[in-house]
Design a protein around this ligand. Structure first.
Ligand code: FES
Length: 571
């Protein structure tokens, strides 16, 4: 029994509708024979000059198209909302779910049999995978690739990570404004996304670990000819995947997510992967919880020596063998039978790879930290959980008791942080409220709030910080994030006051506010919800329907697979 391709419901037949579908496509120069039942491959392109990390996609897409044509498919490129991290305000995360809706409906509504997802900058990866997961067609990801290493005054500098350092050095008076400006040009030397293990590199690694991209996708630089070859092979492979009916739901199994969580630990990946993978799992209908992040990733050693946890950058990672080499090092910890877009298992994909630089990809007995991954904290301050990335934290602060210095909002923080009279020292715990999914809105990357200038000048470079916000994957520090429920919905974080004692115990997975239940109940009675930041429009809808961080911060009505709604018939 041969399967009738979905696109043939548009392009097959002799009736008026088929006439219309074909005729208008012919105005692009398409001849009769391309409607003969060959697979139609949608190429979902997040190119935008406002998303500089994806601005080279106009060239990259041509290689994908060539691959599709070589394999006998018909490539049709379409644009979707491009979530660029560096420009979008108030935060690109506010638009991840919107972009995913764009992707979903563009795929669902069009004559597409399989999809290539062109991702790069942070949120473009989860938004594309979430939208595609809601449709469950054969889909494959190609990332745009990282920028080349930054170079400044003879040393290597990394996107984001060195911005935070330089900015603190300027505030501490140990770097000149002139050098700060010069570093700006030295940091971004080529097309591509951030070349630290920030969220973009993490998510490029996550899609490879999930089995959604060809091996080698994560690390190959944007300007390396290898990236163009990978795009071409991706184009060829999606045509085969349509023939095999290799849909996302066959790949995005629980084993695939377990592999991704473990790989995230091994690479010292971004905390943002937590909300993105939870959201993707929610779309495809695979059971995954916040506690799975702790349980599955708890004893995974961080073996990738990349900023912000280590010292190298993505270009070095590529030369060392890329993600397949990392996966090979931790093969004993992976679900090797998990199926991938190659049509082969993870085990088959990585069995013959080599590690070419064991200072970049460290052997297990020289790991950066024996317990990488994401620690999930609970306690009366975070009943639904909060997270911390131990590999980016200061070991001495991972067990700490300190007095809270509270910032009610990000504006309150900005107004107060450099006040010389602020009652704060290095043992204090900085608490930032109202920066969660509803509070900011969009859950901005402000959790790694900069330290007070007066402490920076004393040489202090890390303090415990707690918030309901996220932080950039390029950032570091003893930073507790994603506290749920968030302050804006009346979570316990909303009730913290200056001077309260807080206990952080990462080993014990505990986050405790040392205030009696009775006093907290009194404070809760007196608490009033802040007025919504946004009313009306998409942003109003977002605030109304966004879920909390512990379940992926998706919009509640988008959760659950709707793949069955995509027309697919056999005859
Ligand atoms: Fe685009 Fe960092 S700003 S990946």
């Amino acid at each position: 029994m041969s399967r009738k391709l979905r696109s043939q419901h548009w392009f097959g037949g002799l009736d008026k509708d088929a006439f219309i579908h074909r005729s208008w496509m012919k105005n692009n120069g398409l001849p009769d024979d391309v409607f003969d039942g060959r697979p139609v491959i949608g190429i979902c392109n997040t190119f935008s000059e406002l998303t500089p990390c994806n601005a080279h996609f106009r060239g990259l897409v041509e290689h994908i198209k060539a691959g599709v044509l070589e394999a006998g498919g018909l490539p049709l490129e379409f644009p979707v909302f491009s979530c660029g991290e560096s420009n979008l305000r108030p935060t690109a995360m506010l638009f991840r779910n919107l972009a995913s809706m764009d992707v979903e409906e563009a795929i669902r509504g069009n004559p597409i049999d399989g999809v290539v997802l062109m991702a790069g900058c942070d949120k473009t990866t989860p938004s594309l995978v979430m939208g595609a997961a809601s449709c469950d067609l054969p889909s494959i990801v190609i990332s745009g690739g990282p920028m080349l290493n930054g170079r400044f005054k003879g040393r290597t500098i990394g996107s984001g990570t060195d911005v935070w350092k330089f900015s603190e050095d300027v505030r501490a008076g140990v770097m000149s404004q002139q050098d700060f400006m010069a570093a700006e040009s030295a940091m971004s030397r080529s097309p591509g996304h951030c070349m630290t293990m920030g969220t973009a590199s993490t998510m490029a690694s996550m899609v490879e670990a999930l089995g959604l991209a060809l091996p080698g996708n994560a690390a190959c630089p944007a300007v390396d000819a290898g990236r163009a070859r990978l795009a071409r092979l991706t184009g060829r492979r999606i045509v085969e995947m349509v023939a095999e009916d290799l849909r996302l739901s066959k790949i995005l199994t629980r084993d695939a997510f377990a592999n991704a969580i473990r790989v995230n630990g091994a690479i010292g990946g971004s905390t943002n992967a937590v909300v993105h993978l939870l959201a993707i799992a929610g779309r495809i209908g695979t059971k995954l919880s916040l506690d799975d992040w702790d349980r599955l990733g708890r004893d995974i050693p961080t073996i990738l020596n990349l900023m912000p946890s280590g010292r190298y950058l993505m270009e070095d990672f590529h030369y060392a063998g890329g993600l397949p080499a990392v996966m090979n090092e931790i093969a004993a910890l992976l679900e090797l039978s998990a199926l991938t877009v190659t049509g082969q298992s993870v085990g088959a994909n990585i069995e013959s790879v080599e590690n070419y630089n064991d200072d970049v990809i460290l052997p297990l007995d020289r790991a950066l930290t024996s317990s990488g991954g994401i620690a999930v904290l609970r306690g009366n301050l975070a009943p639904d959980g909060a997270i911390i990335k131990p590999s980016a934290a200061t070991p001495a602060l991972m067990q700490h008791r300190g007095r809270a210095v509270v910032f009610e909002t990000i504006d309150h923080y900005k107004a107060r942080i450099d006040d010389p009279d602020l009652n704060i020292d290095e043992t204090s715990i900085m608490v930032l409220k109202n920066c969660g999914p509803k509070g900011y809105p969009g859950m901005a990357e402000v959790g790694n709030m900069a330290l007070p200038q007066k402490l920076l000048k004393k040489g202090v470079r890390d303090m415990v910080r707690i918030s309901d916000a996220r932080m950039s994957g390029t950032a570091f520090g003893t930073v507790v994030l994603h506290t749920a429920p968030e302050a804006a919905v009346g979570g316990p974080l909303a009730l913290v006051r200056d001077g309260d004692w807080i206990e952080l115990d990462v080993a014990g997975r505990r986050l405790h506010l040392d205030v009696s239940d009775e006093e907290l109940a009194r404070r809760k009675t007196a608490w009033t919800a802040p007025p919504p930041e946004m009313v009306g429009g998409y942003q109003g809808l977002y605030v109304e329907r966004v879920m909390q961080a512990d379940t992926g911060a998706d919009l509640d009505f988008l959760v659950g697979s709707r793949g069955h709604a995509v027309a697919r018939e056999s005859h």
